[in-house]
Ligand binder design. Structure first.
Ligand SMILES: NC(=O)c1ccc[n+]([C@@H]2O[C@H](COP(=O)([O-])OP(=O)(O)OC[C@H]3O[C@@H](n4cnc5c(N)ncnc54)[C@H](O)[C@@H]3O)[C@@H](O)[C@H]2O)c1
Length: 298
């Protein structure tokens, strides 16, 4: 057919001719993503720190995909609020798991109870964190150092140790590659800066990124991807009530935590990267740190 003034001629047909009979075509999975969205509904996740901020946004974002989520936090009432939010706004199932991550021996029984309740555990998001008091070298107390190391570094490791047997249990390890286990650790841009007065927090997050690489190497043969996400200034409750919206905007614009866009992240920005690292499409990504900081770290 030829074209008219308002209707251009059709482009030439570029469809390749059929191969001669007997020539093998490439397998469809070589061209297509490894799995479709409906697979999310069979997944189960444990998200720590899910009573607030980035953890809550992550739990809701996973549940919005149909994932069944355990909402772990030391704040039991706020964890139940997250569960209610999930039940009201998403198709995912949720349960509250009140637990203090500073109680290291208590982690395995807590995880075993969650796995029994959900029937499996495919995804662990280590999101809970504390910054501890900021102060000079002389002001830092041993207790403050220990608390931050325990919650931000030690607990993610011992939680992973408790979760991995459930990820690799019969019937789940078999899904490795496309639907293998996923661990995502929430680090911080602070691990990458010369940020004065952040000794314990920056060291714990740098340690968490190192742990991410170690576990990626160790758990790859079991079909588990381990990655980290490093947020920059993000709107949340972590710095207390004195950290107002205006104060965060200022920290995103100027000084040592400034970023290229001059605006803070929202928890949903970080949750989006975490969900991607839990998806089938990220199956070839492991041992990495994804920065969600509007270019604060480049
Ligand atoms: N908000 C930021 O600017 C920012 C920047 C970089 C990294 N991060 C990291 O993001 C993660 C999430 O922080 P957020 O900003 O959403 O803060 P948030 O304070 O809103 O949420 C942290 C959650 O962790 C929980 N938690 C703390 N200690 C716990 C414990 N011992 N046991 C169980 N739960 C505990 C809290 O109850 C809270 O619900 C943290 O690891 C933090 O270090 C935050």
């Amino acid at each position: 057919m030829t074209g008219t003034a308002d209707r251009p001629a059709r482009a030439p047909d570029r469809t390749p001719p059929d191969p001669p009979t007997g020539t093998p075509r490439p397998a469809p999975h070589a061209l297509n993503p490894p799995a479709g969205p409906s697979d999310w509904a069979s997944r189960t996740a444990l998200v720590t720190g899910a009573a607030s901020g980035i953890g809550r946004a992550t739990a809701v974002a996973l549940a919005a995909k149909g994932v069944s989520v355990a909402v772990l936090d030391r704040d039991a009432a706020a964890a139940r609020d997250t569960v209610a939010l999930i039940q009201d706004t998403t198709p995912g199932r949720a349960l509250a798991a009140p637990c203090d991550l500073a109680d290291i021996p208590g982690l395995r029984p807590c995880v075993d109870g969650i796995a029994e309740e959900l029937g499996a555990l495919d995804i662990l998001v280590n999101c809970a964190g504390v910054v501890g008091p900021r102060g000079s070298l002389e002001e830092l107390t041993e207790d403050a150092w220990d608390t931050v190391q325990t919650v931000d570094l030690k607990a993610p490791l011992f939680l992973a140790r408790a979760v991995v047997p459930h990820m690799t249990a019969v019937g789940h390890g078999g899904r490795a590659g496309v639907h293998g286990g996923r661990i995502v650790n929430v680090s911080s841009a602070s691990a990458h800066r010369a940020l004065a007065y952040s000794h314990a927090y920056a060291a714990a997050k740098a340690g968490l990124e190192s742990l991410t690489r170690t576990l990626a190497g160790e758990l790859a043969p079991r079909g588990i991807n381990v990655n980290a996400v490093a947020p920059g200034v993000t709107a949340s409750a972590i710095h207390g009530t004195a950290d107002t919206e205006a104060a965060r905007a200022e920290r995103a614009r100027t000084g040592p935590t400034a970023n290229l866009f001059g605006r803070p992240c929202e928890p949903a920005d970080v949750a989006g990267a975490i969900v991607f690292l839990c998806s089938p499409e990220s199956r070839q990504i492991t041992g990495q740190v994804v920065h969600v900081s509007a270019g604060a770290i480049v």
